[in-house]
Design a protein around this ligand. Sequence first.
Ligand code: NAI
Length: 210
Amino acid sequence: MKTLKIPEATIIRLSVYSRHLTDVDRKGIITTSSGDIAEGVGVSPAQVRKDLAYFGEFGTRGVGYNVKDLRQHILRILGLSVDWSVCLVGAGNLGLALSTYKGFRERGFIITSIFDSDPAKVGTMIGDVKVLPLEQLEEVGKQNRTQIGIVAVPASAAQEIVDQLIKIGVKAILNFAPVVLNVPAQIELRNVDLAVNLEVLTFNVGAQRF
Ligand code: NAI
């Protein structure tokens, strides 16, 4: 496997390819081609081949790709051939939506614990997970070998939560709070801001008028 720096756009497309291949596999289709994948996800066949080429040779010339094998390869590349233990902090509107989304579990992201500081929420069930008080984050988080933390608390509480998550050994954090967080270099931090995406949309729509 090449050790080139893989563009983030390629990683994002791999995720899209893998979801497409899951659908194709469910339909019982055995082989596919870069052309089929490209058509299925709306990119060019050359782009599909280029993205896959970062990770070595797949498929057989003239025959194409075995759907199951290619899907497995991509899942392995994305680190999704194993389950990930995820902890969610903040069981508010967003936390509830995230923790009841079935797609995470299907992709191997298992929400093993949920924490909130509101006594009215502590003890309630979200799906089959009980909302726990923040004081139990260290003990339960370690017990569950938590690898990924999702932060869905108000901005004012986010840094403190992130510090606690790092303390229990979390390697990656998905932050929804609208605040700049400080984390050590070895921690993978992604900030999600839907408003920014909406602003990109409105900019693009607006730009068509100029
Ligand atoms: P919410 O007020 O419904 O929920 C926040 C939850 O966090 C509450 O249950 C509260 O008890 C809990 N909480 C507060 N302080 C805490 C602490 N120190 N430890 C543990 N739990 C604590 O708010 P909502 O709508 O769910 O939003 C949550 C966060 O996500 C906010 O920061 C909001 O700005 C952000 N957000 C981000 C979006 C995005 O696109 N990135 C979209 C929607 C919300």
